[in-house]
Design a protein around this ligand. Sequence first.
Ligand code: PLP
Length: 287
Amino acid sequence: QWIYLDGQFVTKDNAKISVYDHGFLYGDGIFEGIRIYNGNIFKCKEHLDRLYDSAKSIMLNIPLTYQEMEDALVETLRRNELRDGYIRLVVSRGAGNLGLDPNRCPKASVIIIAEQLAIYSEEAYKTGLKTVSVSTKRNIPDALNPKIKSLNYLNNILVKIQSNLSGAGEAIMLNSQGYVTEGSGDNIFIVKNGVITTPPCYLGALEGITRQAIIDICHEKGYKLKEEPFTLHDVYVADEVFLTGTAAEVIAVREVDGRIIGEGHAGPITLKLLEEFRSIVDKDGLK
Ligand code: PLP
C-alpha cells in the first residue's frame, strides 16, 4: 500500500509525521472521507470544495492547488491499483512548536490514504442498526461550526464510547436544545407517512455529501422531503429511520433507545433510496 505524504509516495510503515505536528498535538487540521466506485471518485468536487472551505475557515493554507490535489488523489489510486474503496484525505497544520500558535507551523501536511472498505455487511443493510441517543454540545455557537470537517472529533468519539457502553452500534446525537442533529459520523433522516425529513445542518450537523445526494434523489424521483428540526419523539414514532454517510451509504436504523422503529428492519423507502444511491455512485464524480 502506497501512501501520499507531502508530495512523496511512501509505504505504510514509512508514512510518519512529526510528533510536533499540530494535527497530532491539538487536532488542528481537516479531513475528508471519499469513496471510489469502479474507478470513479464519487462527488470529488463536492469533497474538495468542502475541504478547501474548511481550510479557509480555519486559515489553513493547503499547499496544493485544487488541480494538484485532484492529481494527487488520482495518482494515489493508480499506485494502489484501487478501483473500489475509500480515500482518507488529511490536511494537518503541520509541525510547529509545543505552543498553540499556528504561525509557528510553516507548512501544512497533506496525507492521502486509500484502501479497501467493508464497513457493514449486506445483511446489516437489511436488518438495520441498533442505536442510542446521546446529547452533545455539537452545535453552534456552543462549539466549533459543524460545517468545518476538522480533525477534532473528540465529541463524536465520546458519543461512540457512550453507544458502545450501551451495547448499540451507533448513536443519535442531540444538540443542547434537544433537537436531533446526526449520528456519530453520519447524517440522519426519518420517514413518517411517506414524508422524509432530515434536520437542517444549522442545528449542529455536518453538511454531508451523501445527505445532499439523497436530497437530490428525493427531488428527482418525487419523494416528499423536508428539512425541519425534530425531536427524539419523532424518531421513536417514525415508520423508518436511516443514516447516510460516505462509508455507510444509506443504512437503516431498527432500534433507538429500546424503541423498535417500524417493522424492526430496513423499510421500503430506505431500501429504495439505497438502491437509487447505488445506481449513481460510479457516475457522479471524477473518472
Ligand atoms: N456527520 C459527521 C459528523 C461525519 O463525520 C460525516 C462523515 O463524513 C457525516 C456526517 C457524513 O458526511 P458525508 O456524507 O459527507 O460522508
